[in-house]
Ligand binder design. Structure first.
Ligand code: SF4
Length: 144
């Protein structure tokens, strides 16, 4: 991460055994790598979980959007317990309730419908990014 640049952090679930984790990560990569590479970044969730100081400082410095893959919500809880700037918390399973017609094939290969669902989740992340930017414009004193 470029240390001095202002960023919004997107932190997805790191559950490697769950399709919802795959969707969370795919959605995060759409944003961080494809759509808004200059404005967003991510950190390694396990580093935050083990209390890595540099990662803690990053989530304390920048607004964070988490994408959890199950009710344990480790991404959200880890940011909260690190005194991070949690700006929004999304949950793949909750979002999936509105899209159960889309088949997420497997953990390794979500398939075309799974990828479509990941883009829908990415759209929700974009909505949250817009909210963060709007709030910042309305209240510029809220520095990151
Ligand atoms: S949110 Fe759930 S699936 Fe994801 S890393 Fe945590 S426990 Fe695993």
């Amino acid at each position: 991460m470029e240390e001095d640049k202002e960023k919004i952090l997107i932190i997805p679930c790191s559950g490697i055994g769950k399709p919802s984790g795959t969707i969370a990560r795919l959605a995060a990569y759409y944003i961080v790598e494809d759509l808004l590479p200059k404005e967003t970044d991510t950190v390694c969730l396990p580093l935050l979980v083990i209390g890595d100081e540099k990662t803690r400082q990053q989530v304390q410095k920048f607004p964070v959007i988490t994408i959890d893959g199950c009710p344990y919500k480790c991404a959200t809880k880890s940011v909260q317990s690190s005194n991070g700037k949690l700006a929004a918390s999304l949950n793949v399973l909750q979002l999936y309730r509105d899209h159960i017609d889309l088949e997420v094939k497997s953990v390794v290969d979500p398939g075309p419908e799974g990828e479509k669902f990941a883009r829908i989740v990415a759209g929700k992340i974009l909505d949250e990014i817009r909210k963060i930017k709007r709030e910042k414009e309305e209240c510029p004193s809220q520095s990151s």
